[in-house]
Design a protein around this ligand. Sequence first.
Ligand SMILES: [Cu+2]
Length: 148
Amino acid sequence: MRKSSVAVFFILGLFLASCSQQEQPSSNQPAPSLGMPAPGANPDEVREMIVVEEPSGAVKSFDLVAKQFEFIPNVIEVNRGDKVKVTLTSADVVHGFAINEYGVNERVVPGQPTTVEFTADKKGTFTFYCSVSCGSGHGRMKGTLIVN
Ligand SMILES: [Cu+2]
């Protein structure tokens, strides 16, 4: 009886001792400045600390072809806060690219890729359309900008 209870206390003591020993190294760990610099190890640590989450103003790039009488693709989907970069190329005649709600209106001349940039700061579904009279189907040359 007595021997076994002593043994239990002994084991308990060992257990507690090992617990407190485990805690000590972990509390010392965040101090990386040791006397001897480990080459290669420190730069890695720094690099990990510099890594940041993706900034809210992500850049979304799209390549659109304008031709009689459509935009390809004709749907652009982004998230609010994204910087939207649309590069337009005309496959035939002079077209336009306009989004009224974002104050966008550019001419797209064949052979001259045109880049339009704006920040999608308004949620919703917007129409982009050709703003240069380009022929009989000009009125239906439209697409959709979706800002989530
Ligand atoms: Cu047009």
